[in-house]
Design a protein around this ligand. Structure first.
Ligand code: 6PG
Length: 479
């Protein structure tokens, strides 16, 4: 056996990850694909990689040093289970099977449990950064056992992106913790993208600037506190002209956003955990709304505002949008980290929030300067009750909130949909409120269902005899 790591699945992500592994000192990479043709193509195109090819699972296992370690890079879902079944047959106790796809973390928990019975380690690892990241350095979020991390850690560290000298990989936690954190990453990716989309729409409709001019604005923003990969590529996309029509490409792309499901998973999971990831939810729903052409065509005759609101001071408006974007982004991350905390508690994972922020600093889609501030915040106070309360973020939101409110008012008056901007602001005003109308909701619940309520002035659980004399009685807490 010559290889210290194997990759199963030679589609673009798999072959790029294999090439990345092969390019690092000390690694020899075994490769396998269900059809050998693809393996052959990869071998032909990348002789420099020194791949050790296998034409069946037995050969693949035989080419790997013990404890064997193999990363599965196939379409998430049933394909993953099929590959795991085959690997379990040819691997031995102590070996490591890694799933590098976007698996649902509960599937990872199930798989880990099943594979563990054989004595083999199963590691669900979230890998972010797309095709380019896989090739040059992704951000990696592995779960699984401590035992597997001993072998896997150095290998993953060798291929991960590097942020300020540190590899963007950490042992996130046991079983499904890695895929859970990758899922939250994707949820944040959704809201980041939606917020950028809303900022673009506000500026375009508010100032009439062209996509190329707005590209310059994003490029400028990318030199400040918003500096991030998504802002950077936004400028690139907006600057692109369509070869066929000469129009801005963004004007000829059908405005129906796709989704492969990880954003929806984040929201479904957060609903179960009772965590308001409202920004992510709005981002997912905004994609759903965009992708209903018949409904949108039917609704296009609905009236908008009867008076037009204009932007008097363009520069001031654009600066307001920038600040609103930053404040909304802080809320999005604050909510995302709340979901991580709740997931860790629910599933018994010891997740270090500051370390997650650190491994998101480079390689992944949401990589940004901003993540340094998050890791600083958790380093200073790991028990922060909400990220937005960290001094740096509190100041940032304080400095942005007036602009944020003006932008949301403008959007409402101009009839521009800004679900992510608006819901983030509503969340902000919600968590900082002294009193919420939840008291009234408790009263209603008690009225129609005797669901009981607590009082602000004494302990206990109470019920009002709504259909009787309306006196209050002590009650058993039924929630
Ligand atoms: C990443 C991306 C990656 C993929 C998304 C796209 O971290 O590299 O998140 O996982 O591009 O799954 O998701 P949608 O197709 O749902 O937008």
């Amino acid at each position: 056996p010559q290889a210290n790591i194997g990759v199963v699945g030679m589609a673009v992500m798999g072959s790029n990850l294999a090439r990345n592994l092969a390019s690092r000192e000390g690694n020899t990479v075994a490769i396998f694909n269900r059809s050998y043709e693809k393996t052959q193509t990869v071998l032909d195109e990348h002789p420099e990689a020194g791949f050790v090819p296998a034409s069946n699972y037995e050969e693949f296992a035989a080419s790997l040093q013990k404890p064997r370690a193999a990363i599965i890079m196939v379409q998430a879902g049933r394909g993953t289970d099929a590959v795991i079944d085959e690997l379990v047959k040819v691997f031995e106790p102590g070996d490591i099977i890694v799933d590098g796809g976007n698996a649902l973390f509960t599937d990872t928990i199930r798989r880990e449990k099943a594979v563990r019975e054989t004595g083999i380690n199963f590691v669900g690892a979230g890998i972010s950064g797309g095709e380019e990241g896989a090739l040059n350095g992704p951000s990696i979020m592995p779960g699984g056992s401590d035992e597997s991390w001993v072998t896997l850690g150095p290998i993953l560290e060798s291929i991960a992106a590097v942020a300020e000298g540190e590899p963007c990989v950490t042992h996130v936690g046991h079983d499904g913790a890695g895929h859970f954190v990758k899922m939250i990453h994707n949820g944040i990716e959704y809201v980041d993208m939606q917020l950028i989309g809303e900022a673009y729409d506000l500026i375009r409709r508010g100032t009439g600037k062209s996509p190329a001019e707005i590209a310059d604005i994003f490029a400028e923003w990318n030199t400040g506190e918003l500096e991030s990969y998504l802002i950077e590529i936004t400028a690139e996309v907006l600057r692109q002209n369509d070869a066929e029509t000469g129009k801005p490409l963004v004007d000829v792309i059908l405005d129906a956003a796709g989704a492969k499901g990880t954003g929806a998973w984040t929201v479904q999971t957060a609903l179960d955990l009772g965590i308001p990831v409202s920004g992510i939810a709005e981002a997912v729903f905004a994609r759903s709304l965009s992708s209903k052409p018949a409904q949108r065509a039917g609704a296009s005759s609905l009236p908008g505002p009867s008076t037009t609101v204009s932007v008097d001071d363009e520069a001031a408006f654009i600066e307001d949008v920038r600040r609103a974007l930053y404040a909304s982004k802080i809320i999005a991350y604050s909510q995302g980290f709340d979901a991580i905390v709740a997931g860790a508690e629910q599933y018994g994972w010891d997740i270090k929030k500051g370390d997650i922020a650190k491994i998101w600093r480079a390689g992944c889609i949401i990589r940004a300067q901003f993540l340094n501030r998050i890791s600083d915040a958790y380093e200073e106070d790991s028990s922060l009750v909400a990220l937005v309360l960290a001094p740096y973020f509190r100041d940032a939101v304080e400095g942005a909130q007036e602009a944020w409110r003006r932008v949301v008012v403008h959007a409402v008056q101009a009839g521009i949909p800004t679900p992510a901007f608006s819901s983030s602001l509503a969340y902000y005003d919600g968590i900082r409120a002294d009193r919420l109308p939840a008291a009234l909701i408790q009263g209603q619940r008690d009225f129609f269902g005797a669901h009981t309520y607590k009082r602000i002035d004494k302990d206990g659980t109470f019920h009002t005899l709504w259909s009787g004399d309306r006196s209050e009685i002590s009650a058993v807490d039924t929630h």
